[in-house]
Design a protein. Structure first.
Length: 203
């Protein structure tokens, strides 16, 4: 079971995952995550971004300074982080620029510290949305693609509702029923629960 930190203006989840070799990686970087890790004396080797909306990357630069290699589907850009859009609507968003060390676009598998993760590009919430699935542990990290009883909003720049739902059905709902889902906001859930009950993904 990954450890979860929730922080930032919109209560975003970041996950601490221990790899088989004992090293640590984190998935997404909400504000406050870096301090949370420092208090535990943890130096992650990698940061995996499910997408680059501001609330998932506010601590990305700090984690990079701690030695974490940043993995993302696309290079950093203010178009992906939505910083300018949020500031135009009066939100005091300030994302410290960072560099994506490992571009995941086109990749299907990622191995870190003996942990195998299967990747699925599922746009619709954001153009760079990617999910991470550990077949050995049965854990899925979908970011803001899929939530408990909901899905990611598709009305932001780059969003597409039909693309989002289609991607969830074709790429996530085909995972084993017992798969545990650890989303970018809110509580965890399971694939079988969402397949049966999610009101946005029914036939």
């Amino acid at each position: 079971m990954p450890a979860c930190f929730t922080g930032g203006f919109v209560q975003t989840n970041g996950y601490l995952v221990t790899c088989p070799d004992g090293t640590s990686i984190v998935i997404d970087a909400p504000k406050g995550l870096a301090d949370w890790l420092r208090r535990q004396g943890i130096l992650p080797t990698a940061l995996l971004l499910t997408h680059q909306h501001y609330d998932h990357v506010e601590d990305a630069a700090e984690l990079a300074a701690m030695g974490a290699k940043i993995h993302a589907w696309a290079p950093y850009s203010t178009e992906l982080t939505l910083e300018n859009l949020m500031r135009a609507h009066g939100m005091p968003i300030a994302v410290t620029p960072y560099t994506v060390d490992v571009l995941l676009e086109g990749s299907e598998v990622l191995e870190l510290g003996g942990l195998r993760l299967e990747l699925a590009h599922v746009p619709g919430h954001s153009t760079d949305s990617v999910t991470f699935f550990s077949p050995e542990r049965g854990d899925l990290y979908p970011g803001d693609t899929l939530f408990a009883g909901s899905v990611g909003r598709a009305d932001l720049p780059g969003g597409n509702a039909s693309q989002l739902i289609d991607g969830i059905r074709r790429k996530l709902f085909v995972l084993p029923s017992s798969t545990r889902v650890f989303p970018g906001h809110g509580p965890s859930t399971r694939i079988d629960t969402e397949r049966a009950e999610n009101p946005y993904c029914g036939d």
